[in-house]
Design a protein around this ligand. Structure first.
Ligand code: PHE
Length: 437
């Protein structure tokens, strides 16, 4: 077998992992979930779930990848035997399923980008509805979906260093800079303060106990961190022994949360200052594509340029995530069948395209895929915490000791992984299922 690829640098790995985490989930998911009524309670729960529950699991996923140096499909079996095979399947199915509808939304994003530059954007709510209808149905959806998948496949075919690391290295800094510029601009809008306070910072303590708010916090945390789906297993399997995983996991989680907040600080002022609250309040998955283009279009040519900037940026963020999703089936096919990277890439892409057809045709289907697969991520997270916290806890210790990470940090993570993450994630999973049904 070929020698396993390696990241060129630790920073390259961190950027790629952050690239996976930061995506449409931050720009689109965060906006639509926080507008579903949770306000500050949602934000608080979400940040707590990330820092207290997800962080030890994120490190766990990384340990699983690095210590087995295997693809997500094989890693659980290598770590703990054949009875863990279903977890490998869960990773493979969840990543293909998510990518299948993610590529459709990427297509809408690309289409909105082209409309901003070349065709024009809706200027009132009536036109906005038609606009969303246009980008989310018919031929253009398929063009967008195929284009997005093809670009994703091209990068992944380039390999870990030549494709994934190279792309994320210049995309991530660019993305962050653009987001900052847009957030500063948005803060100067007349409705900015109203926007922050009526969505992000509205405090209603009763929301802390609301089932939908709790489900949103959990799904946002797992989806946004790309957690529970084997991506960090795949990426970490190309790591060397001396990366300090806890520190890197914290960097990824902080960056991801910061981008989510920044994105909220862009979208909500726009929504408020252009009177688009109802468009978002309808809380459909289309809200970002209905409200934002309309808001931008109200600023004339300058607005169209800003829209191009925003949706261009969203597309870049999305592609650094979609490549990580595709890497899961690709690395698994390569390892399971000894295929070359190119063959695995095209095969996996084809499968994902076919699974994505119903999502491209029906918005309702896409919405259901989003809800169902988000729950699978939480389940994946639960299984990882059980696997590394209880079944093979020594792996966690040994791997983290091997990279010389701080002993106090290690003890803390281990404690959380065993005693806090499993029950809390199980609670989140049950509430989410109840709320969904
Ligand atoms: N984290 C990505 C985002 O926020 C989406 C994603 C989910 C990517 C799950 C990989 C796995 O857009």
């Amino acid at each position: 077998m070929d020698q396993r690829e390696k990241w060129q640098s630790s920073f390259g790995f961190v950027l790629a992992a952050a690239g996976s985490a930061v995506g449409l989930g931050n720009l689109w998911g965060f906006a639509y979930r926080s507008s579903q009524g949770g306000g500050l309670a949602f934000l608080l729960l979400y940040v707590l779930v990330v820092l207290i529950v997800c962080l030890p699991v994120l490190v766990g996923e990384m340990v699983l990848g690095r210590s087995t140096a295997s693809s997500p499909f094989i890693a659980p079996v290598k770590a703990a035997g054949d009875s863990w095979k279903p977890l490998g399947w869960l990773f493979a199915i969840a990543s293909c399923g998510i990518l299948s509808f993610y590529a459709v939304i990427m297509g809408w994003t690309a289409d909105t980008f082209f409309h901003s530059l070349f065709i024009g954007l809706p200027i009132d709510m009536n036109q906005a509805g038609d606009f969303f209808e246009k980008i989310s149905s018919g031929k253009s959806v398929f063009i967008g979906q195929i284009l997005s998948l093809a670009l994703t496949a091209l990068v992944v075919a380039g390999g870990v260093r030549g494709g994934i690391e190279r792309l994320t290295r210049w995309c991530m800094p660019l993305l962050f800079a653009l987001l900052l510029i847009l957030a500063i601009w948005a803060s100067t809008l007349s409705g900015a303060w109203d926007g922050y306070t009526s969505f992000l910072f509205r405090w209603e303590p009763s929301q802390l106990l609301d089932k939908t708010t709790i489900r949103n916090a959990f799904t946002q945390a797992f989806f946004s961190l790309s957690l529970g789906i084997g991506i960090m297993v795949a990426y970490s399997s190309y790591l060397s022994k001396n990366n300090k995983l806890p520190k890197e996991a914290l960097t990824v989680a902080s960056f991801d949360t910061a981008v989510g907040l920044l994105a909220g600080m862009i979208t909500f002022p726009i929504v408020m200052s252009f009177g688009l609250k109802d468009a978002v309040g309808a809380s459909t998955i289309g809200s970002l594509f209905i409200a934002l283009p309309t808001g931008f279009a109200n600023l004339g040519v300058f607005g169209r340029l800003l829209a191009a900037l925003f949706f261009g940026l969203a597309f870049i963020a999305a592609i650094t995530s979609s490549i990580s999703l595709l890497e899961v089936p690709v690395s698994s096919l390569m390892e399971q069948f000894g295929w070359r990277r190119h063959k695995a890439v095209w095969m996996a892409t084809l499968i994902v395209f076919v699974i994505g057809i119903p999502s491209a045709i029906s918005l309702d289907f896409l919405g259901s895929m989003d809800s169902i697969f988000n729950v699978l991520l939480i389940l994946g997270g639960l299984l990882i915490s059980i696997l590394l916290g209880w079944v093979v806890p020594r792996k966690y210790d040994e791997d983290l000791a091997g990279c010389n990470s701080n002993q106090r940090v290690r003890r803390y993570l281990k404690f959380m992984l065993r005693w806090v993450s499993p029950p809390v994630i199980a609670f989140g999973l049950i509430i989410s299922i109840i709320d969904l049904i």
